[in-house]
Each structure stands twice: as structure tokens, then as C-alpha cells.
Design a protein around this ligand. Structure first.
Ligand SMILES: [Zn+2]
Length: 136
């Protein structure tokens, strides 16, 4: 229900967050923000676990983030076998933690916690969408 076009293989669906892929198609990565208490979520959530509200708005994740943590993956789940090795990373964008892959263009020895990263939206030849972290 909306996540079918995200990732290299179909992603489990989450209710009421179908706009996520529509924003990706426009080149934007978005999370959700609770209209009642202001709590922000990524991956997007349809319900707030802060105040239990369900009136959510979308906000854009953009600008320069910093690398918080990373790990080199030498094996991959089904469907990703051709991609190894790659670097999985957690980056912080204004307090929002985003989990994803580092682009393969960054040499492993240059990958350092605290380095600046920005988002790059990917469209694969089969129409699937995803994102990665690149150097600004
Ligand atoms: Zn809330």
C-alpha cells in the first residue's frame, strides 16, 4: 500500500503513508510530524507514539547531515546479493536519524563518523525508488 516502489525489492507496507513514494518520485525524502505534539518520525509513521495522535503532516529531510554510525556489509539479504560489499550508515539530519546506504563512490578509508553527508534519491531502471548518502 504505497511502499511497493521503494527499495530494490518490494518493501512491507505501512498504512496511510503512501505519499512517501510520491515524494520520492519528486526527489524528496520525507518523514512525518505529529500536528499535535510536533514529534518527528523517520521512517514515516501514521500514528504518534508520543501523544497517540494520528494527525500527521509531512516534512522534508534535506540539507547536510552528519554520519553517526556505519558498518561494512559483506553479505546481503535475498535480493541484494549483487550489491555487496556496501556500507550501511546512520546519519543525523537536524536530529532526525536516517538509516541507509552510503554511495559506493566514497572510498572506505574516507568514511568517518562526523563526516558531512547529503541525500541522493535513486531511481532504478525498473522504476524502483530508493535513496543513498553521498558527499555534499
Ligand atoms: Zn504527537
Amino acid at each position: 500500500m504505497g511502499f511497493e516502489k521503494f527499495g530494490r525489492k518490494s518493501f512491507a507496507s505501512h498504512a496511510k503513508v503512501e505519499s512517501f513514494v510520491e515524494y520520492l518520485e519528486k526527489g524528496e525524502l520525507r518523514g512525518t510530524q505529529c500536528k499535535s505534539c510536533g514529534k518527528q518520525y523517520f521512517p514515516p509513521r501514521a500514528d504518534c507514539n508520543g501523544c497517540l495522535g494520528n494527525d500527521m503532516d509531512w516534512f522534508k529531510i534535506e540539507g547536510i547531515g552528519t554520519l553517526v554510525s556505519h558498518t561494512r556489509a559483506g553479505f546481503a539479504p535475498t535480493g541484494f546479493e549483487a550489491d555487496v560489499p556496501y556500507t550501511l550508515a546512520m546519519a543525523d539530519f537536524n536530529g532526525i536519524k536516517v538509516f541507509g546506504r552510503l554511495t559506493g563512490d566514497i572510498p572506505e578509508e574516507e568514511v568517518k563518523v562526523g563526516m558531512n553527508l547529503q541525500l541522493n534519491i535513486l531511481t532504478f531502471s525498473d522504476g524502483q525508488l530508493s535513496y543513498e548518502f553521498i558527499k555534499p
